[in-house]
Write a protein that binds this ligand. Structure first.
Ligand code: G3H
Length: 547
């Protein structure tokens, strides 16, 4: 695929892209990724229908031109295939009578442990595909994989805790009861392109291990990397428990939602799409939603902030993975007394970030997968400059094809799109303020409510901000960037930013519901329960516990 150059395009960036022959062998992609696999009803099948080409954002220099190389295909699935995947998940659930939803917790844990071994066997392939498909640095691609494995291991431990707590019986008001968590049914899981492995698995795995069955749709970028993992799903779980789809959401997801057979929607993406999906369900009250949505996390830089720490955290906070993180700092408010000193230091640090290919040592800024992303970033910049701002870092906003030099834009006026809209990319809007109430008003007026960062040392001043902010967002980061991790902490948001809470233990609760067995505490009931438990006749009512 060849692409045309436009305004602000800078040919001097061309040498940063590799010649095909000059890519070190260890980072090249094996041609066998020209594959076409999908998983439905426990079978890894070869797709013979239309295919979607996958192009990498890592452009190759070819003579004088740059081209996004094609690195593989995925099935461009149609409605009948989507419905076959849904049927398989519905059948595996079987109104709660399926093999997987009635299996013991320990057997489900064993299956997931076997899956982790299968995952580890393909780590290098998945990491390489992550890097080639979304341009994530090799280091961060490895971290994404390893963090996901760690997440699964901790999920297993958290489930053991829940299960141990559920093994107890309570006795109150003459009623004996055992309360456990039961699965919800069929889960549709959809994740974003910026963490196409991790964010899908942080809903898929908890949903799965709680006994639900799943249809998973791969994101718009980050699709091939799921193919090496399909075999492990097929081998470790009963048929129909996990089904993978790829294709245009409008074609394959609409019919699934409209069928009314989805019991839980796990979606990480935009609030606009989440609303469409929810409204497609004929009985939305029957569908639990676990949503991670838009965000525009702001930072407040107080007059006494330690500028060394602040600059470092604001640079990583706003520009890690080219700013393509829902948790990224997407607007900075700096006090007027330190604005010029902060900007000077911040711009120097932004301009020092190495730009290059994902495998380059210490690279921080890499090719971006979305088509025309650089142009949309510069659209924001042009709009802000029309409202009185300037690009204040030398070379900010120049790009070549998929590589973009971050633009620091200052001072951004409230009328500019960058003020309230989520840019999701390497443009950093900076605003100046006099009074902290301006920041509190901004947070209150924003459509988003995920996190904020506060930079300052005066404990009284910082303390005054904490309580009002805690009522507007769901995490206040003191002298550090916004982020999701560690994954044991609750990750959620208000307004357009989220519905429900994810964390290792919260996710297990999201994908399950408390269900209990209760009886009058009379001798007959006691004996009945005793017989069931001592003979291990039920996978739900029992006193076995896991260590
Ligand atoms: O894109 C949203 C991610 O959940 C952010 O996670 O803060 O670990 O990068 P992170």
């Amino acid at each position: 695929m060849n692409m045309s150059n436009a305004q602000n395009s800078d040919e001097s960036l061309a040498p940063l892209f590799p010649l095909a022959d000059a890519i070190p062998a260890a980072y090249r992609l094996d041609p066998r990724y020209y594959e076409r696999w999908y998983l439905i009803n426990g079978e890894v099948r070869e797709w013979n229908g239309p295919l979607a080409e996958i192009h990498s954002p890592i452009c190759l220099r070819d003579g004088g031109a740059l081209r996004r190389p094609m690195i593989g295909h995925v099935p461009a699935m149609d409605e009948p295939t989507a419905m076959a995947a849904l049927d398989a998940a519905v059948q595996a659930w079987d109104e709660g009578r399926g093999r997987w939803p009635t299996l013991t917790v320990s057997a489900r844990i064993e299956a997931v442990e076997a899956f982790v071994s299968g995952m580890l066997a393909v780590r290098d392939e998945v990491v390489k595909l992550l890097m080639w498909e979304i341009g994530k640095s090799l280091d961060d691609s490895r971290k994404e994989f390893d963090r996901t494995v760690e997440y699964i291991r901790k999920t297993i431990e958290a489930l053991k805790d829940i299960d141990r707590a559920g093994s107890r019986f309570s006795l109150d008001g003459g009623v004996i009861a055992q309360v456990r968590r039961a699965p919800l049914g069929v889960v549709l899981s959809m994740g974003p392109f910026n963490y196409p492995l991790n964010e899908i698995y942080t809903t898929l795995i908890p949903a799965l291990i709680m006994g639900n069955t799943l249809v998973v749709k791969t994101p718009k970028f980050g699709r091939l990397l799921h193919q090496p993992l399909l075999r492990a799903f097929a081998e470790c779980f009963p048929p129909g428990v996990v089904n993978f789809l790829s294709g245009a959401g409008s074609e394959i997801i609409g019919p699934i939602m409209k069928s009314g057979r989805v019991n839980a929607l796990a979606f990480i993406g935009s609030s606009r799409v989440a609303d469409i999906l929810k409204h497609q369900h004929p009985q939305p009250h029957r569908m639990r939603c676990i949503l991670g949505l838009d965000a525009k996390n702001p930072a407040l830089i107080l007059p006494d902030a330690d500028l060394e720490v602040t600059v470092k955290e604001c640079v990583t906070g706003s520009l890690s993975f080219n700013g393509q993180r829902c948790t990224a700092l997407k607007i900075l408010f700096v006090h007027e007394s330190i604005a010029s000193e902060f900007l000077e230091k911040f711009c120097a640090a932004v301009n020092a970030l190495p730009l290059g290919m994902p495998w380059d040592k210490d690279v921080k800024l890499t090719p971006m997968p979305e088509f025309d992303k650089a142009k949309s970033m510069n659209g924001y910049v042009e709009n802000a400059t029309a409202c009185g701002a300037k690009v204040v870092n030398a070379g900010g906003g120049v790009y070549l094809e998929t590589l973009y030099r971050p633009a620091v834009v200052y001072p951004v006026a409230p009328q500019a799109d960058l003020y309230f809209k989520e840019q999701f990319g390497p443009v950093v809007p900076v605003c100046v303020y006099r009074d902290e109430r301006e920041f509190l008003n901004y947070v209150a007026q924003s459509n988003f409510g995920q996190q904020v960062s506060l930079f300052g040392r005066d404990h009284e001043r910082v303390a005054r901000l904490i309580a009002p902010l805690a009522n507007q967002v769901c995490r206040i980061n003191l002298n550090c960037q916004c982020q999701r991790g560690p994954d044991t902490l609750p990750f959620t948001g208000r307004k357009d930013s989220a519905e429900a809470t994810l964390s290792i233990s919260d996710a297990l609760r999201c994908f399950s519901i408390r269900s209990l067995v209760a009886a009058q505490a009379n001798p007959d009931s006691r004996q009945l329960i005793q017989d069931i438990v001592s003979g291990r006749h039920s996978s739900f009512l029992h006193t076995d516990f896991l260590l």
